[in-house]
Design a protein around this ligand. Structure first.
Ligand SMILES: Cc1ncc(COP(=O)(O)O)c(C=O)c1O
Length: 399
């Protein structure tokens, strides 16, 4: 039997993630990986989880192992209501929908909102996982421009004025892949634009808590609650393997998200939700976040310093105040794919930036660097390696 003949038309639209292949290559022993977007394993609170696992079984007994509500385990919804209040986001426990990672929310959003040919406006570059979640529903992407201060509001206004945009998708803090953060002034402008044009915005914020310097900037959700679906996750500040994400959507959208989620997985793991509930309500998230920041902050600084030191003229990089990524842009016409191949031969991995664009041929001269997984020594030596490869290629180009 030719199983490929069985595939639905829309399944053929889905590209196997090139990044998965890159991550596979990056995990070869002896390779320094600046490719992933995963938390440092030493940030995981294993001992706390061990103790809380016992406590959960004592407190909830079989309830922690039973089927539960699609909307979310009530003690976790209660805990998250307080967590969101600390960010200035007003949410009753019943407003929250727990999803299997924020990825689960993105999938449900695609499922309930996108008909084939609908226009979805995204930053260029943008988070590849969102594109993968939306693609099966066959949207058309409208590209929004950004600079060091994040999404440029006039680009959003232009896109919305000239297209019937179904929704806008953005990552406001320490964006994946660029590390850029949308400034307060721009958030206010964006809130005003979406309200004026009556357009829905998906604000995907898994990195907001990983701030190493500067002051937190309020979510756009706080400025235009009725027009924003706010999504966030415990993956980057607790443990991604637990798959706990959550979203806050206007009620008329939330009810459809619940129905869509029911069809996907009935509900997110009850045990893991109970763990997350105890972790937050017991004050552990608050207590361990500074420790995670203490691991990442020097790595972020080290990467910026080494780029400043080694990289040649004509290349520019973001200088994030948090998150996990730095974005490098080379001169127009420079091909980062060749640098990637040669770096891999030298046992250093990163992700060529072209994978974060929905238009073929865009971003050839860019790369995404992750700084959370490598030590400071590894960051120094790997950036030096990449820089030497780039300098050689620049010389070849000039010759
Ligand atoms: C912007 C963004 N959104 C969502 C996700 C998905 O995270 P999770 O499903 O683990 O919450 C990621 C993961 O890297 C991400 O970078």
């Amino acid at each position: 039997m030719d199983h490929n003949l069985l595939l639905a038309d829309r399944t053929r639209q889905i590209n196997a993630s090139a990044i998965r292949e890159i991550l596979k290559a990056a995990s070869r022993p002896g390779t320094i990986s600046l490719a992933g977007g995963v938390p440092a394993p030493e940030s995981f609170p294993i001992e706390i989880i061990r103790k809380l696992s016992n406590k959960i079984l004592d407190t909830y007994g079989a309830g922690a192992l039973q089927y539960d509500l699609t909307e979310g385990f009530p003690p976790l919804c209660n805990a998250l209501s307080g967590y969101l209040a600390n960010k200035g986001i007003a949410a009753e426990p019943d407003d929250i929908l727990i999803t299997s990672g924020s990825q689960g929310a993105l999938d449900c959003i695609g499922k309930i909102l996108i008909s084939a040919g609908d226009k979805v406006a995204v930053e260029a570059p943008t988070y590849l996982g969102a594109i993968q979640a939306f693609n099966p529903y066959e949207p058309e992407y409208i590209h929004l421009d950004s600079d060091d201060n994040g999404l440029i509001p006039s680009s959003l206004e232009k896109a919305i004025s000239s297209h019937r945009v179904k929704f806008v998708y953005i990552v406001p803090n320490f964006q994946n892949p660029t590390g850029r953060t949308i400034s307060l002034e721009r958030r206010r402008e964006i809130a005003s634009i979406i309200t004026r044009h009556d357009v829905l915005l998906v604000e995907d914020d898994p990195y907001g808590d990983l701030r190493y310097q500067g002051i937190p900037i309020p979510a756009i959700k706080t400025m235009a609650a009725h027009h924003v679906i706010y999504i966030t996750s415990l993956s980057k500040v607790f443990a991604p393997g637990l798959r706990i994400g959550f979203c806050l959507a206007p009620q008329n959208i939330r009810k459809w998200l619940v129905i869509a989620k029911q069809g996907v997985d009935l509900h997110t793991s009850t045990f893991n939700q109970a763990l997350a509930a105890e972790y937050i309500s017991g004050g552990f998230l608050k207590e361990t976040l500074p420790e995670i920041i203490r691991i990442y902050q020097p790595r972020c600084k080290k990467m910026i310093d080494t780029l400043d030191h080694y990289f040649p003229d004509g290349f520019h990089w973001s200088r994030p105040d948090g998150g996990m990524f730095i974005w490098v842009e080379g001169p127009t016409g420079f091909d980062m794919q060749n640098v990637y191949r040669e770096s891999l031969e030298n046992r250093v991995a990163f992700v060529p930036g072209k994978y974060f664009y929905t238009t073929r041929g865009k971003g050839m001269e860019t790369m995404r660097l992750n700084f959370t997984m490598a030590t400071e020594e590894e960051i120094d030596s790997s950036i030096q390696t990449i820089s030497e490869i780039i300098k050689n290629r620049m010389q070849i180009r000039a010759a």
